[in-house]
Design a protein around this ligand. Structure first.
Ligand SMILES: *Cc1c(COP(=O)(O)O)cnc(C)c1O
Length: 357
């Protein structure tokens, strides 16, 4: 017999990981570039003998490096096995009933609410997929969650908006910054944790550090919020970060030059792709992430299937408001050329059909 709890769960559906390696994989926002040489060297230098011991439960070395990078104290940093795990702990630790988030956002949020039995309400984004300011200022919610830049839309909040939300609400505010390194510099809400104790900012190594396979993320927040997360962690799993993960991620943080270059390259490829698509009449939202949200000239499903037949894998949701759109990760320059060429030929086919009828 399965528990009532477990039988009621509505698990998150992750993007497909095809066994067929001939696909161009633009469906899960992975980085097309490999981890940097310093991270690779750290991996190769792992002493297998160390693996007989439990890893450092506090990931002290890695935390100190991240704290220095974020210009906060190590006590303001919480480490987790991917930011998904941190989000789960944060939902558990920081929210009472009545948590709110946009109608179109990361679909893991409602999943955590179901898991932890938290009431939630969605606040519709406006027509352009922007946050509606009034919905978030001086409210009485049990918690607020905003992905900035948002997924799957790629749209960033206006500058100054996050601070307005944090300063005018008493409840805890969780900002999911999985894609912040692809947004203009200075967009992160992390520095605000020194001013506001109700703010938690969550980041990940999965996207901008090319380390999705290692499962590491971190949160930045006031000491109170961080100790609440630690209490949840230590009630669940004391060692979420293994030894290899701690060593490789520490090397990746030290290699700031490589990280910056990777992000700059992705942003360049993104902008070229957006320009090229727009030049051929395709609508694309302004992106601050390592993916773009593209409006199909017909239905999203039709373009999704057309691309799939050409071995280009992107993400499509058959959901209200976004079923005409595809979320496309920014791949290498060559991959994006294959993608844009395919979209252009699809567009031509659609337009020639329109001319006939
Ligand atoms: C990818 C993603 C994450 C999770 O990343 P991890 O791999 O678990 O660190 C969190 N939030 C959003 C919005 C994402 O797109």
């Amino acid at each position: 017999m399965i528990s009532d709890r477990a039988s009621k769960l509505k698990p998150y559906t992750a993007g497909e990981q095809p066994k067929d390696k001939t696909f161009i994989k633009l469906n899960t926002n992975e980085n097309p570039f490999p981890p940097g040489e310093m991270a690779e060297a750290a991996l190769k230098n792992i002493d297998a003998d160390n693996l007989k011991l439990y890893p450092d439960p506090d990931a002290s070395q890695l935390r100190a490096l991240i704290a220095a990078k974020e210009n906060v104290e190590p006590e303001n940093i919480f480490m987790g096995n991917g930011s998904d795990e941190i989000l789960a702990f944060a939902f558990y630790a920081l929210f009472n009933g009545g948590v709110v988030f946009p109608d179109i956002t990361y679909s893991f949020y409602p999943t955590y609410c179901t898991l932890f039995n938290i009431d939630y309400k969605v606040l519709p984004l406006d027509e352009d997929f922007s946050l509606i300011k009034e919905d978030y200022i001086s409210k009485n919610y049990g918690g607020i969650v905003i992905a900035n830049p948002n997924a799957p839309t790629s749209v960033a909040a206006q500058s100054g908006f996050i601070e307005q939300v944090v300063s005018t609400n008493k409840c805890n505010v969780l900002i999911d910054e999985a894609y912040i390194d692809f947004a203009p510099k200075g967009s992160s809400a992390a520095p605000l944790i020194k001013k506001y104790t109700n703010l938690l900012v969550v980041k990940t190594f999965s996207k901008s550090y090319s380390l999705a396979g290692i499962r590491c993320g971190y949160a930045i927040g006031s000491k109170e919020l961080i100790s609440a997360l630690s209490a949840v962690k230590d009630s669940f799993n004391s060692y979420p970060l293994d030894h290899v993960c701690q060593k490789v991620c520490a090397a990746a943080v030290k290699d700031n030059a490589y990280h910056e270059k990777c992000c700059a390259d992705i942003i360049n490829i993104r902008e070229r792709t957006v320009d090229e698509l727009r030049a051929s009449g395709i609508k694309v939202l302004d992106s601050s992430a390592n993916f773009i949200f593209v409006k199909s000239p017909s239905s999203g499903k039709e373009l999704f299937e057309y691309l799939r037949a050409q071995k280009v894998l992107v993400r499509f949701w058959d959901k209200p408001r976004i079923s005409d759109y595809l979320r496309v990760s920014v791949g290498s320059f060559e991959q994006m050329e294959r993608f844009t060429d395919a979209v252009k030929s699809f567009n031509k086919e659609i337009n020639s059909k329109k001319e006939i009828f």
